[in-house]
Design a protein around this ligand. Structure first.
Ligand SMILES: NC(=O)c1ccc[n+]([C@@H]2O[C@H](COP(=O)([O-])OP(=O)(O)OC[C@H]3O[C@@H](n4cnc5c(N)ncnc54)[C@H](O)[C@@H]3O)[C@@H](O)[C@H]2O)c1
Length: 393
């Protein structure tokens, strides 16, 4: 095992490129800011937009060498792979439809990948990418942002240690208001592509936010869904994809759950909430107050746990950046995912064997499982039936 100081030294010299995340984009700048937070890698290349001039102008604003601002991701993968000082990893933050082809070309050129969720539109594509990364010995991270919170790591450890007993039921929801009207027709570009099957695939709401619910519950509990029954709704007239979904799930081992995801929930901002009900206790966590969660043991009142307090176990503590009571948020959660990914990458580059069981970031296999979840929700809703989920491969 290499020394932590050596990991930091290698990580500090890493170089990355970005595909997507142009001047008008939502998530690209959050990724860049999160990576800057720990100074673990420098942005040196990009293909920020399909519009050549826009991409060049933006690359200039970011201080990049104009020779390393590319008008296509193919060109970027090829040229960066052939430079002695080429990028170590690429961050893919384009609309969902292009994730597969972009990630594939970088993997084929031997470049490690970070891709935003959902990983691809089809399960077979995601599995192919996961297999390709393995075959090439490359790391692949899928940025399920919220799993980077220290409280989520703490909850996972408590659940896996059996501190709330056997899990009986999970009640998870992700409620937002932003698509309560037809904002895709009102100039909202993020709404436009998310509700367009050509860019978003077969689902909007389940693909966009249901994918976070699936991964969050799986991360917190380790439960695997055996079968589900989903009902996808489109409440806003004229919309082409779902904007609300109700999903009943059954897990291996007998626990059950219900997931509700909605983008028409007036009054809700970004309400990802998970309640895990065990035979000896309940845990309740909400993304909008990510530093805290509630724990109740049988017969006792709810107690609040706070990030930064000594009661947190070592793993959750190690990702905590500020003392208790100094709120951390989405930027820090993203930075934690990058910290874990970049540290694994530095270890790998130093010649250490890094396997998926050592990862503290969401893997390609988890990304593929998330795509399969979306597929099966759509199939179940179409056929009004319970559908089995094959075990992860
Ligand atoms: N992890 C999270 O919490 C989270 C949050 C928001 C979005 N996302 C995901 O991030 C991705 C991007 O979402 P967004 O809301 O930022 O979208 P966006 O529409 O705001 O930005 C997409 C950017 O990609 C660029 N682009 C599109 N095609 C390109 C191509 N072929 N080459 C280069 N650039 C290209 C666009 O010009 C734009 O700058 C989506 O997959 C979305 O699901 C994840």
């Amino acid at each position: 095992m290499i020394e932590a100081s050596e990991v930091t030294r290698i990580a500090g010299k890493l170089k990355y490129g970005m595909v997507g995340g142009g001047p008008d984009a939502f998530i690209g700048e959050i990724h860049r800011a999160a990576i800057r937070m720990d100074n673990l890698a420098s942005l040196v290349a990009g293909s920020f937009s399909r519009d050549r001039q826009k991409a060049q102008r933006f690359g200039g604003e970011l201080g990049l060498d104009s020779n390393r601002v590319y008008s296509s991701y193919d060109e970027m993968a090829q040229k960066e792979a052939s430079r002695p000082d080429g990028i170590d990893f690429v961050v893919v933050v384009t609309p969902n439809v292009s994730h597969y082809s972009i990630c594939k070309v970088f993997l084929q050129h031997g470049i490690h990948v970070v891709c935003d969720k959902p990983m691809t539109l089809e399960y077979d594509q995601a599995k192919e990418l996961a297999d390709l990364a393995d075959a090439k010995g490359l790391l692949f991270c899928v940025t399920y942002t919220y799993t980077g919170y220290p409280a989520v790591k703490q909850i996972r450890q408590m659940v896996l240690r059996g501190e709330i007993g056997d899990i009986r039921f999970v009640n998870a929801e992700y409620a937002q208001e932003w698509l309560a009207t037809r904002s895709e027709e009102e100039g909202n570009r993020q709404a436009a592509w998310r509700t367009d099957p050509a860019y978003s695939g077969k689902s909007n709401c389940v693909g966009d936010i249901g994918s976070h619910v699936e991964n969050m519950v799986s991360t917190m509990t380790g439960l695997e869904i055996s079968r589900l029954s989903a009902r996808l709704d489109t409440f806003v007239a004229g919309r082409r994809l779902d904007d609300n979904a109700t999903i009943m799930v059954e897990y291996e081992g007998g626990a059950k759950g219900i997931y509700w995801t909605s983008q028409i929930a007036i009054g809700s901002d970004n309400g990802l909430r998970v309640r895990i009900i065990g035979s000896e206790g309940t845990i309740d966590w909400c993304q909008e107050d990510p530093d805290h969660f509630q724990l109740a043991k049988l017969g006792q009142s709810m107690q609040t746990w706070s990030r930064g307090r000594d009661a947190f176990y070592a793993q959750g503590q190690s990702f905590s950046r500020l003392p208790a009571g100094h709120p951390e948020g989405v930027y820090e959660a993203f930075a934690n995912i990058y910290k874990a990914f970049i540290s694994a990458l530095a270890r790998k580059l130093a010649g250490e064997k890094v396997s998926e069981s050592d990862y503290d970031f969401p893997s390609a296999r988890q990304g593929a499982q998330g795509v399969r979840f979306v597929d099966i929700c759509v199939e179940s809703s179409k056929n009004l039936s319970w559908c089995h989920i094959p075990k992860s491969t």
